[in-house]
Design a protein around this ligand. Structure first.
Ligand code: HEM
Length: 407
């Protein structure tokens, strides 16, 4: 067991031999690139196990490493609930739901009908120029210096700028958003998480109030005017909708940027190929999304069910680790090899009714960032002797990524 593991009563239906340490828990860190060994090695273990610390707050959860089993869970909306998908409302003693992520049918379907049009191709096309302009603006700042701290100078700030644009919020808030996002998603200290949730809630409620008085062409105003089942959203629903975009829409993109650019820095052949063939970037992004999938979300079992040969009982938590299933050797031959033309059917954006609604935007951000970076910056690599600290839990994300190139 890890030093951080509190004594946890293991329910009687859990076979003792399947109770195992889980390296990718919230709070775990490593200076080793986890995709080199820690993650590939997990495929030598059982297909399903009860991972100590796998649920935030050092609690246990089932972990499945095979794509087939994860698909079965995503699709089994009778046996698994999204309630308590993340512990944010509970932590501040409240009962709102992150929406639509924490809701179940039939309400979930109604919320998705309201949200889906926001990420339709026409909307994405309208955003394209602004997204590209933000990418260029950040790159321009460090281009001539021959180096950047990729996380601070690009990966964290670019998706926040896009998000602020969508929400109609001022760019002066980039640093605040970064601080709040990290306080909520990257600390195992649940008191600190609760403080950040309160701060974000206060800010978003102020914005909602402002938009009620002065409507604009942004997502908050869209939420205020939206109808679900013939009525407007309640205040809790409206906040839950904004909050879901906040936790879903920025950190996930930062993380993937970081992991993809680390790969390119370590593989100059891939980097140079894509620089010479920018039309291959969208396909390469799909393979990078597969190989460096970083998001884990959660379900609660609400009905006895057998998945992957193990018995789950009501109350059991399940960690849906997209990282593991996207390197499932039964689905992807040589899963640890990045083949830029693999064209994989990955689970990075999940599957089933909760499939990521922001995937079209995330894909555009990742493609545009790579296109603009490779156009502006010659062959780059990780700065010599850099020590890169990875957070392993929640989302797998490096703290820092110093890159250098010749000018
Ligand atoms: C590379 C970036 C991204 C990744 C890897 C990602 C991943 C995911 C995953 C795995 C889920 C499913 C959760 C589950 O079923 O348990 C999800 C849902 C969701 N994502 Fe994303 N996401 C990304 C970007 C975005 C963006 C840019 C937005 C919005 C601006 C967004 C908004 C959402 C929302 C609202 C949901 C909930 C959907 C529902 O419950 O019906 N995501 N995302």
């Amino acid at each position: 067991m890890n030093a951080t593991t509190p004594a946890t009563a293991i329910p009687a239906h859990i076979p003792p031999h399947l109770v195992l340490d889980y390296p990718l828990y919230l709070g775990a860190t490593s200076y080793e690139n986890p995709f080199d060994k820690i993650i590939p090695d997990m495929h030598d273990g059982p297909a399903a196990f009860y991972g100590l610390n796998a649920y935030p707050g050092y609690k246990p959860a089932w972990v499945f490493r095979r794509g087939e089993d994860l698909q079965a869970i995503y699709n089994d909306i009778e046996s698994f609930s999204n309630k308590d998908f993340a512990p944010f409302a509970q932590l501040v003693g409240e009962s709102w739901s992150t929406l639509p992520a924490e809701t179940d049918p039939p309400m979930h379907g109604l919320y998705r009908l309201m949200i889906n049009p926001l990420f339709a191709p026409r909307r994405m096309a309208q955003l394209e120029d602004r997204v590209r302009a933000y990418a260029k603006e950040y790159i321009e700042k460090f281009k001539a210096s021959g180096r950047c701290e990729f996380m601070q100078d690009f990966a964290f700030r670019f998706p926040i700028a896009v998000f602020l644009e969508l929400m109609g919020l001022p760019m002066s808030r980039v640093d605040d958003f970064l601080k709040w996002e990290h306080g909520m998603l990257h600390t195992p200290d649940m008191n600190a998480v609760a403080d950040s949730v309160r701060t974000v809630k206060k800010y978003l409620l102020e914005v909602i109030e402002e938009r009620r008085n002065e409507p604009r062409d942004d997502l908050v105003t869209y939420g205020i005017n939206a109808k679900v089942d013939g009525r407007n959203l309640t205040d809790d629903e409206l906040f839950g909708f904004c909050f879901n975009l906040f936790i879903g829409g920025m950190d996930t993109v930062s993380t993937n940027l970081a992991l993809h650019f680390r790969h390119l820095a370590d593989h100059p052949d891939h980097q140079n190929y894509l620089r010479a063939n920018p039309d291959k970037i969208p396909a390469a992004i799909e393979e990078l999304l597969r190989a460096y999938s970083a998001v884990t979300t959660f379900r609660t079992c609400v009905k006895p069910v057998v998945i992957g040969g193990v018995q789950l009982m009501p109350g059991d938590k399940v960690a849906l680790c997209t990282t593991l299933v996207n390197r499932d050797p039964e689905v992807f031959p040589n899963p640890n090899e990045v083949k830029l033309d693999r064209n994989p059917r990955h689970l990075t954006f999940a599957s089933g009714i909760h499939r990521c609604v922001g995937a079209p935007l995330a894909r555009r951000e990742l493609v545009i960032a790579q296109e603009e970076f490779l156009k502006a910056i010659p062959e780059f690599r990780v700065a010599p002797n850099a020590k890169i600290l990875y957070h392993l839990g929640g989302v797998i994300q490096p703290d820092n990524l110093p890159l250098i190139w010749k000018v």
